[in-house]
Design a protein around this ligand. Sequence first.
Ligand SMILES: NC(=O)c1ccc[n+]([C@@H]2O[C@H](COP(=O)([O-])OP(=O)(O)OC[C@H]3O[C@@H](n4cnc5c(N)ncnc54)[C@H](OP(=O)(O)O)[C@@H]3O)[C@@H](O)[C@H]2O)c1
Length: 289
Amino acid sequence: MSRVVLITGCRSGFGLLTAAAAGRAGWTVYAGLRALEHGDALREATAGLDVRPIVLDVTSAEQRELAIAQIIRETGRLDALVNNAGQALGGFLELVEEDELRAIFETNLFGAWALTRLALPHLRAHTPSTVVMVSSASGRMAIPGLGAYAASKFALEGLSEAWRHELALFGVRMVLIEPGAYRTDIFGRNRQISRGVNAPGVYAPWVAGMDKVFASFVDRVARDPAEVAEVIVRVLSDPRPPLRTPIGPSTGVRAALRALIPERVTEAIIGRLLRHAREQGERLLAQKP
Ligand SMILES: NC(=O)c1ccc[n+]([C@@H]2O[C@H](COP(=O)([O-])OP(=O)(O)OC[C@H]3O[C@@H](n4cnc5c(N)ncnc54)[C@H](OP(=O)(O)O)[C@@H]3O)[C@@H](O)[C@H]2O)c1
């Protein structure tokens, strides 16, 4: 029997591409979808491979249990779990509503934690086994306008760092993947902005400008997500994977700069970015009828 991996969030982006890459590498893949009717792109990308769509909204306790039970019933084993499902939320923190912040944590933190707990008895039975947490460059450095998302990924980083030590006792490897910007649906179909953001108020010029500044940043730097999928599949077979794998536009450089450059300098750079966003925003608002 080939090795079995469960990957969450496989409708698009890293999840879909990782399912295909793992299938090509010979894994039996259970590919989580919030609804099976959303699996057309996945089925097309994985035709001929042992990739099995499975219903899994990571915020649903019932679906988490059913998914793990189905995998064990059908294959009798689980060798790896990739907690990829995730959501972002744009918006200055004062404008983000409590339910929105909680919803981001439900998926990005609690869902990953709860699913991993359920999987662990099975992962322990087939060591060496691996848990991959798809974090983000935003899990190491928080930028304005993405604070809610960064908070959820910082939390995921802390959880995973401690868990790595605990799971090493049993031969289960815990790994964080920290991508920079990649062209996925997180910037399109799944783009989420806090609903309070566009209300008139003290942040208006920055809100108007940030969108433009951010979109042009993503346009300029975002890369092909297949790169991340290949790295995740490589990590699944790595006997000694590092705790953190930063990947993508400037992530290595950013991590190094973070270690070397005083925080005041970083703050000055971000302050300049915000001034630029404000100027752009004021221009846009002035053009509005
Ligand atoms: N793209 C980037 O630049 C980037 C950078 C750093 C980190 N990341 C992380 O990479 C991961 C994958 O994102 P992506 O960029 O590939 O974006 P994506 O194309 O939007 O994919 C996200 C996937 O997660 C699923 N999902 C969202 N909430 C879920 C839930 N509650 N339960 C189950 N599935 C859920 C989505 O399902 P639906 O399609 O049904 O909505 C979708 O399949 C996320 O954790 C994200 O934070 C992305």
